[in-house]
Design a protein. Structure first.
Length: 279
């Protein structure tokens, strides 16, 4: 009788309870959360992507046709061409904030916040997925607005500095995405988020030089405009299309980079501490 081979004993060692098994970046979990957030707004894309383009086109029609702005020039360019990039950036800002401020707030109200807290993803990965989804929605809205404006007669929208367009889209929408995440952490009901939208985001967007050049303002109001982060977003984004800006482009990049880092760290610390999220 031949000896039977003894099966090898598995020496697989499992980590102790509470010790993380994913020691690096959980790309699959981050991707899953990102896709979830993107699918959430794409299911109602008529409201979240295409409706803002129609609203923004109405702004263009009102300021160029109804108010007689077709014959005016600002910074040496036709008025319609001047406000078109600002309108695109304004639409991206508002929709990035709306997307980032909605996800976790709904979870807190409906009791499904556990869907964000229980998956094996780190705080940084959670913040990254939330911000990336909001920036993706902003990009879709920007493209939709750009197509709508390009179809309007009298507007000549041609990219001259693609790097500036991409850079200010990235830095600008990242800033408002972090601001939206911060709002979703702080807010306890939809009224709180609506208050930030109506009393912070909308005024800063409208007073950022979208419809006028700050060079025509009094020195005191110019100083106030330069303290508005949205001013640098819109001025730099406009430079990408028209090669003209109300401020130095590199200064705008530096200001937005610093603000993104500061606001990102604040969001990370609050998410890490579980403030107003964990019971």
């Amino acid at each position: 009788m031949t000896d039977q081979p003894v099966p090898a004993v598995s020496t697989l060692s499992l980590p102790e309870p509470g010790v993380p098994r994913i020691r690096n970046v959980n790309w699959s979990g981050t991707k899953a959360l990102y896709i979830k957030e993107v699918r959430r707004f794409m299911k109602v894309q008529l409201q979240t992507v295409w409706a803002p383009s129609i609203t923004t086109l109405l702004y263009l029609i009102i300021f160029t046709v109804a108010l007689g702005g077709q014959q005016r020039t600002v910074l040496g360019v036709p008025f319609a061409d001047f406000i078109a990039p600002g309108l695109i950036m304004m639409g991206m800002i508002q929709n990035a904030f709306a997307n980032a401020s909605f996800g976790m707030l709904v979870g807190k109200i409906q009791g499904t916040i556990v869907d964000y807290l229980m998956p094996p993803i780190s705080t940084a990965e959670l913040l990254f997925a939330q911000a990336a989804a909001a920036m993706t929605r902003a990009a879709f809205v920007g493209i939709a607005i750009g197509l709508a404006i390009a179809l309007w007669p009298g507007v000549h929208l041609m990219p001259h500095h693609l790097w500036a367009i991409v850079a200010f889209w990235f830095l600008g929408t990242m800033f408002v995405s972090f601001l939206g995440v911060l709002t979703s952490i702080w807010a306890e009901k939809f009224d709180h988020a609506a208050a930030i939208t109506n009393f912070v985001i909308a005024p800063l967007s409208l007073l950022s030089g979208t419809f006028y050049s700050v060079d025509r303002l009094a020195p005191a109001f110019q100083a106030v405009s330069h303290a508005n982060p949205f001013f640098y977003m819109i001025s730099g984004f406009r430079y990408g299309f028209l090669s003209v800006a109300d401020t130095e482009v590199m200064r705008g990049l530096a200001v937005l980079t610093v603000l993104d880092i500061v606001l990102g760290l604040i969001c990370y610390r609050l998410l890490k501490s579980g403030w107003k999220i964990r019971p």
